[in-house]
Design a protein around this ligand. Structure first.
Ligand SMILES: [Zn+2]
Length: 69
């Protein structure tokens, strides 16, 4: 499952999203300021920090539907 990194254009906050294929970015928003203007980064460092493979494994996990608001 691909991990995408997004950067908020508003506050500059960077976060990673575990995104399924076919899932658009329309519903994504910055976990910090809830802005929806996000720049998609080309993330290929899934092995860098272990990766939030499991929901709740990382406090920074903020995927949609995780109940993290
Ligand atoms: Zn933001």
């Amino acid at each position: 499952m691909p991990i995408y990194e997004y950067r908020c254009r508003d506050c500059g906050h960077r976060f990673e999203i575990l995104q399924r294929l076919g899932q658009g970015a329309e519903d994504l928003e910055c976990p910090r300021c809830t802005a929806r203007q996000l720049d998609k980064q080309c993330s290929t460092f899934a092995s860098g920090s272990g990766g939030p493979a499991q929901s709740g494994a990382s406090p920074a996990s903020c995927g949609p539907g995780s109940g993290f608001t």
